[in-house]
Design a protein around this ligand. Structure first.
Ligand code: ATP
Ligand code: MG
Length: 1006
């Protein structure tokens, strides 16, 4: 139970009383009221006492305290029950309803508003605009409904004069997505007459007090309330109501809800027309009634957008169909007055129903598709007029009190009777508790053929003049023996009851004396068809819409409509069926005194209410009973995760056994009873603990599910990746294979091709084979080279190698490498170059071979040299595989200088066509020469010289540096100088001249 409140505030739950007795109940209720604790639990029922003062217990902080909490975690409050209903709806997808009952002024309407505010406050955490809009509409609709449906009575300054049942629809996330309002029997007689001390509906006063001068003028109204017959009774009443301010609030609310400006205008016009109707008087001219004021009629016609003469005719005549003929029958004055009042009541009632239906149009659930949005659940809130006893109780009080009997019966059914029957059914030991079952009174009113409503309908159906007295007579004769019915005729000594006027019903909530006056008329609820047609023909579309049946022609209207009482009865039966199909939560409201005082706790009045609300019986049943029950199957479904014996599935013979095991495992076995199909849990704490354990486990289960799901996802991803890799592998293999196939196809028979496949176009390789293709092409090239080389005679091979070496060294750096001709090498020994002297050279060469032991001659040639003294002389060079000799041809090729090849460090040549070559030596004594040839002259031999030398060095695994520049750098005995080559037109043959930085080799231009 609510541990937060200390005992100085009394007991938070009546179940905790030491003894269940009326004095103790009353003492606790009074103590709590005096300490400002207006709410007390009886289990899950909230008992509320009207504080008649503003309490600071509905704010944001309080809402936060109750949000998501279990009922018993917090002190009793409307919010606790609202949250319980919301949770049940959300957790179990159950439709729930909150039934608020109590007599007039007990605080039902206020309670319903706080409940709505709470639900609005705790929903839509993500602040979706659409949901905010719906919530705003639901909240705002209250004030409009109250303006038109509430009135000041002697019991309550803001008494609901209609019944209201509002469904709030929720989506699967628990956010409100719309709603629907059902309204029940508006007490429309209040439009034309009120009891002393009471007022008509607030809307009239609000319009006159709050409407602007201009608006009132356009409606032909004046501010003074006492000018209007229909409302002048309550005109002078003092109350806390601020009509002018309310007018603005209501006008704003209508706008926000979505009423169109012309609709709002029509609402005011209707109110104005009703006020004017009330002032219409009939004067009698002989037998014929006439309208006293033509001006009023034309104002009414104007406000209702119809014609004056038609209004006049509807008021004074009645169209009657006799067989085929249609005649206009003149009213008597009484009939005319009756017609006027009936008309006024009817248009107000239509207006009210139209307002409700407009609100419904706007708040109804739109675009909800259960396949997308999940199940749509509702919480219903019932705020209906409370049981009431006036000095003069008429047909309306009869209906209202009957409605309260029905609701009490529902409460008995659901809370008391059903509970006890269930214990019996389930075989749970049970001590029967007596309570007063009001079914007998419900039957008295509604039973077919025998009930009061049936008798009233019978009376109304009689042809000819039926009076209220005749109805009373019928009641007397048919219900004379009923224990809850009496009248003066049945009990002559009962002086309170007037002969031929009163009857008394002993309601569950007390005795009420009803006056039969007006019962017949109100039940028949006759409104002459002429008025309906009048309104249907209005040029104002809003008005016309309110009266669809006005389009029927007079001859068509034959069927007798259901009477008011039967309509009401049917709507009550439907309401009760609807409530019974939902999980109910109760708020039982108590009115502490009749003076609207926050101080007075009228013991007598309160005790009476506690008695008739059956609260003491409620406590007894509750104490003897169990707070919670559930079928084993459902119980297991919800809590099986708590115990290892039941999670995820049990292996016991039945769910009952499994539940027993689970309960024992948690140690609750002393707080439960096992029925045939259900488990019963005595205290809410047990249930609360179970819920907590479940909540703890849920986190782990969710984590477990997440883990498994993540694992599944990862495995799926892994498999997909693996499959992709396999596909890639196969695809790659396929690409490689098809490449290889293609290559082998294209190069097929390559050996027999004349060019050994040089012309074959290589296919484009797949990316992975780029390097492979390079290698393959290299292999191919080598193979082709080898094929080519094979065709070269062995004697030519040195020459080929030298040419290759020359190409490698000089390609792109020098023109004309002399590759086209045969490289003879030893030019000094060949005739063309030395026609006279070769005979002298050959013995010198042989002598050198013997002496220096060379194997091969690499090169020999005549040259022109320049030395460091700028002396230019014609010489010859002779290069063997061991030495470079400089010879003087004029002295029989006497060796002038011998340079061992291992002293040779490099060669420099120019990038032109000239035959300049500089031999660099280790000792920096470079040899600068220009090659000469005789036959043909100016044959290019530089390529050959470089080629054979480089090739030779390579064969000895040594490197020979070859520079290609112009000018050529050289070093003569360590002194740096350059030789630049210049082309001269008139130069007969190459020659060296000196210049500043060294030498110029001038060569003939061509
Ligand atoms: N919780 C509350 N806090 C403060 N005042 C309250 C509370 N409940 C009711 N009242 C006061 O009591 C008055 C009557 O309450 P309410 O209109 O809710 O009664 P009701 O049960 O709906 O009566 P009826 O059956 O006549 O419609 C309110 O106008 C308000 O002044
Ligand atoms: Mg109310």
């Amino acid at each position: 139970m609510a541990e937060q409140e200390s005992l100085e505030f009394g007991k938070a739950d009546f179940v905790l009383m030491d003894t269940v007795s009326m004095p103790e109940f009353m003492a606790n209720l009074r103590l709590r009221f005096e300490k400002g604790r207006i709410y007390t639990f009886i289990g899950e029922v909230v008992v509320s006492v009207n504080p008649y003062k503003l309490l600071n217990i509905y704010g944001r902080d309080t809402i936060e305290q109750y949000k998501g909490r279990e009922l018993y975690e917090r002190p009793p409050h409307l919010f606790a029950i609202a949250d319980a209903a919301y949770k049940a709806m959300k957790r179990r997808s159950k439709d729930t309803c909150i039934v608020i009952s109590g007599e007039s002024g007990a605080g039902k309407t206020e309670a319903s508003k706080y409940i709505m505010q709470y639900i609005a406050a705790i929903t839509n955490p993500s602040q979706r605009a659409e949901i905010e809009r719906v919530k705003n509409m639901l909240l705002k609709s209250n004030c409009v409904l109250e303006a038109f449906g509430n009135a000041k009575t002697n019991r309550n300054d803001n008494s609901s004069r209609f019944g209201k049942y509002m469904d709030i629809n929720f989506d699967f996330k628990g956010d409100p997505i719309g709603g629907h309002i059902n309204n029940y029997l508006l007490e429309k007689s209040r439009v034309i007459v009120q009891q002393p001390g009471e007022r008509s509906f607030h809307s009239f006063y609000q319009l006159l007090q709050g409407g602007s001068e201009q608006m009132l003028r356009s409606l032909h109204l004046q501010k003074s309330l006492s000018s209007y017959n229909y409302i002048h009774v309550g005109a002078q009443l003092k109350s806390s109501i601020n009509d002018a301010a309310e007018f603005k609030v209501v006008a704003d609310a209508m706008k926000v809800i979505g009423f169109q400006p012309e609709e709002i205008q029509t609402v005011y016009k209707i109110l104005g027309a009703i006020l004017h109707l009330g002032n219409l008087k009939f004067v009698v001219d002989g037998d014929v009634p006439l309208l006293e004021s033509g001006r009023l009629v034309s104002i009414i016609a104007e406000l209702l957008s119809t014609k004056t003469d038609m209004v006049e005719k509807a008021l004074l005549y009645r169209t009657v169909a006799t067989g085929r003929d249609v005649i206009d029958k003149q009213h008597t004055e009484q009939e005319a007055s009756y017609g006027r009042d009936a008309f006024a009541k009817a248009i107000y009632e239509r207006l009210f129903c139209w307002i409700v239906s407009r609100i419904n149009d706007i708040i109804e659930v739109k675009n909800s598709d259960t396949t997308i949005h999940g199940k749509n659940t509702v919480i219903g809130v019932l705020d209906i007029y409370g049981f009431e006893i006036f000095d003069n109780n008429s047909f309306e009080q009869f209906c209202i009190n009957y409605c309260n009997e029905k609701l009490q019966q529902l409460f008995i059914q659901l809370v008391l009777k059903q509970e006890q029957e269930e214990y019996q059914r389930e075989g749970i030991p049970w001590k029967h508790i007596d309570y007063f079952n009001n079914q007998i009174i419900v039957d008295l009113v509604e039973q077919q053929h025998k009930g009061i409503i049936a008798i009233l309908d019978d009376a109304c159906m009689n042809v000819g003049k039926v009076t209220d007295e005749m109805f009373l007579e019928a009641l007397n004769s048919k219900l004379g023996k009923h224990g809850h019915f009496s009248s003066r005729k049945l009990c002559a000594s009962d002086k309170i009851l007037e002969f031929d006027r009163d009857f008394r019903i002993r309601h569950y909530a007390g005795d009420v004396v009803y006056s039969v006056v007006g019962f017949i008329d109100k039940n028949k609820d006759t409104l002459f068809q002429d008025f309906k047609r009048l309104m249907y023909n209005s040029s104002n579309p809003v008005l016309k819409n309110m009266w669809p049946e006005g389009k029927l022609s007079i001859t068509e209207v034959t069927k007798r409509p259901l009477t008011a009482a039967t309509l009401f009865k049917n709507s009550m039966i439907a309401l009760v069926d609807n409530l019974a199909s939902k999980e109910p939560y109760y708020v039982r409201c108590i009115k502490p005194n009749d003076k609207k005082s926050p101080q007075i706790f009228d013991d007598e009045r309160c005790r009476h209410q506690v008695e008739y609300l059956g609260l003491l019986e409620n406590v007894r049943v509750r104490r003897a009973g169990f707070a919670f029950r559930q079928t084993y199957e459902k119980f297991l479904h919800r809590y099986k995760m708590i115990s290892e014996f039941t999670w995820p599935n049990h292996d016991l013979p039945s769910d009952k056994e499994a539940v027993k095991k689970l309960i024992k495992h948690c140690g609750f076995q002393d707080d439960v009873a096992y029925g045939k199909t259900k488990i019963f849990i005595r205290t809410p704490q047990t249930l609360f603990t179970l819920e907590e354990l479940r909540a703890q486990m849920l986190v782990r289960i969710v984590l477990f599910l997440q883990k498994v799901w993540r694992g599944t996802l990862a495995r799926m991803r892994y498999k997909r990746t693996k499959a992709a890799l396999t596909i890639i592998r196969y695809y790659r293999r396929y690409k490689v294979k098809s490449y290889i196939h293609e290559v082998s196809r294209r190069f097929h028979g390559i050996k027999t091709m004349r060019d050994h496949g040089k012309h074959v176009k290589w296919p484009a390789p797949p990316r992975v084979l780029y390097r492979f293709e390079e290698a393959l092409q290299a292999i191919f090239n080598r193979w082709r080279a080898s094929q080519l080389i094979k065709t070269i005679p062995a004697s030519d091979l040195p020459q080929v190698r030298a040419k290759v070496a020359a190409v490698e060294m000089l390609k792109g750096q020098r023109a004309d490498l002399g590759l086209q001709r045969a490289w003879e090498g030893n030019y000094l020994a060949s005739k063309p170059d030395t026609p006279q002297t070769s005979g002298t050279f050959v013995p010198v060469a042989n002598e050198l071979k013997r002496k220096d032991k060379y194997m091969n001659v690499l090169f020999s040639c005549h040259v022109r040299k320049v030395n460091r003294f700028s002396k230019v002389e014609d010489r010859a060079i002779f290069v063997t595989d061991r030495h470079l000799y400089k010879m003087d041809p004029t002295k029989q090729y006497k060796v002038m200088k011998t340079i061992p090849l291992y002293n040779l460090t490099g060669l420099s040549v120019s990038n032109g066509k000239d035959q300049l070559v500089v031999f660099h030596t280790k000792d920096n004594k470079d040899l600068i020469v220009c090659l000469f040839s005789k036959q043909p002259t100016h044959e290019s031999r530089i390529g050959e010289l470089v080629g054979v030398l480089v090739n030779h060095f390579k064969s000895e695994k040594r490197h020979l540096q070859v520079n290609v520049t112009n000018p050529v750098q050289c070093s003569l005995h360590g002194k740096k100088c350059t030789v630049s080559v210049e082309t001269r037109l008139n130069q007969p043959q190459p020659d060296f001249t000196k210049n500043r930085s060294g030498f110029i080799l001038s060569v003939p231009g061509n």
